[in-house]
Design a protein around this ligand. Sequence first.
Ligand code: PXG
Length: 400
Amino acid sequence: MSDSRSLIASTEAVSAPNYAPLPIVVSRGEGVWIWDLEGRKYLDCVSAYSSLNQGHRHPRIVRALVDQAERLTLTSRAVHNDQMGPFLAELCALARMEMALPMNTGAEAVETAIKLARRWGYRVKGVPRDRAEIVVCRNNFHGRTTTIVGFSSEPQYREDFGPFTPGFTLVDFGDLDALRAALTDNVAAFLVEPIQAEAGILVPPPGYLAAARALCRERNVLFVLDEIQTGLGRTGKMFAHEHEAGAAPDVLVLGKALGGGVYPVSAVLASRALMTLFQPGDHGSTFGGNPLASAVGRAALGVLVDEKLADRAADFGDYLFAALRGLRAPCIKDVRGRGLLVGIEIAAAAGTARSFCERLLARGVLAKDTHAQVIRLAPPLVVQRSELDWLVEQLRAVFC
Ligand code: PXG
């Protein structure tokens, strides 16, 4: 068996260098823990960026995967399969939406929402042909396709990938006046994350989402929420918009934990009136809604509901926030977030977030920097209180 160092070297020889991974090779995972090739154990506070809300290899989800793999894995949408309908019905019931369109990755689901919003703009709102605009926020992260990076405000995501798709307008996240001014006649949709996770766990001012929702209704604009990272329990509610009354979206975009940490599953949810703007041939995906994905998605939702993982995120999030604030570490400038989506901002004088992540890694905590000064902590929602206590001890050792 090769050791980590030689495997990293041979991997880097053939792998496109579009990531800079921490220097460990993980070969096993269970619940909130992962193990590297040398058998060292780490508490996974990255959770594949909130894709592992149910933990690594949740037995019920693995069972669903294996059972389905032994019956039927892929049909394409040329025929019906016996798993997709029940999956989408369960998903719609949970999200209080009428219809869903299954895709695979988050970026594909965002692309789907963009197509849906534009079509609604032309066919229902009456926007002149090819003039539809979608308003998005500065510091957004919605994925990596050419259309999506085209409306990113992060220069690195765009540099030398143009020309880009027109039809997007940027406003500051959290700024209602800017949003009001941007919602002009040709705007079909406002696309926003309830919390800007990749931007450094930025939580908008209280009431922002509900007020934005109301503005959209007033201006006849679709309110589209990207809950790919915030959804499915992570922030202490099943969906982050539920923290505010009256913030429910017209279009909801989900991914990541919808696949239970074992398989890529994403979806777009909306009303029947909206979704039926797509007709046969208008949109699709070879793999979207396949029986394996659908069986896994059903199990992933079942675990979230039956194990009350959103409630756990709320309780343990409060507990972790209190413990972090209690550290009173001078190198911590801010602690923010919601539920078990936590950002720790490091004071610039104390060093970079990456340097703290490396020190945490040496103590058995996997955490990742988002932007230079922010460490994201997002453990699986199945974490135990004793494991959080252990985490806080490691943070104390590194920060204090
Ligand atoms: N929307 C949000 C809010 C996200 O966080 C996406 C869309 C895109 O999802 P896909 O499945 O297309 O990656 C995300 C993804 C990475 C990475 O390595 C991605 C995310 C966060 C951190 C790293 O590409 N979020």
